[in-house]
Design a binder for this molecule. Sequence first.
Ligand code: AMP
Ligand code: ZN
Length: 112
Amino acid sequence: MADCLFCRIVAGDVDADVVHETERTLAFRDINGQAPTHVLVVPRVHYDDAAALAAGDPEAAAELVTAAAAVAEAAGHDDYRLVFNTGPSAGQTVFHTHLHLLAGRSFTWPPG
Ligand code: AMP
Ligand code: ZN
């Protein structure tokens, strides 16, 4: 999708600080990090949200999680938070599926 920011990052048309790549995923640092490690893991193929990805490409959905775990392990984090914001009122602002990996500090629950 030409007008999708994360499709443009996957295509290499927009710069990103890429930290991990797999056949189906790309992981890059969030431009507005909320933790010492804040990485977004996205499928290379466009889906609007996590549920659409899981329905359309279950292997890629699983690969998002294993890629996030690999990034966390490589950065030395045993503990981390994974988040899929889904829909505007849940905080989703980019409508290309992305898994937030947050690590390197303590987190509270419930989230804001
Ligand atoms: P969400 O609010 O869950 O849709 O998450 C979108 C995330 O994308 C936010 O945390 C933004 O800081 C991040 N973001 C927006 N533009 C970029 C960019 N060009 N490179 C990296 N991260 C970005
Ligand atoms: Zn996209």
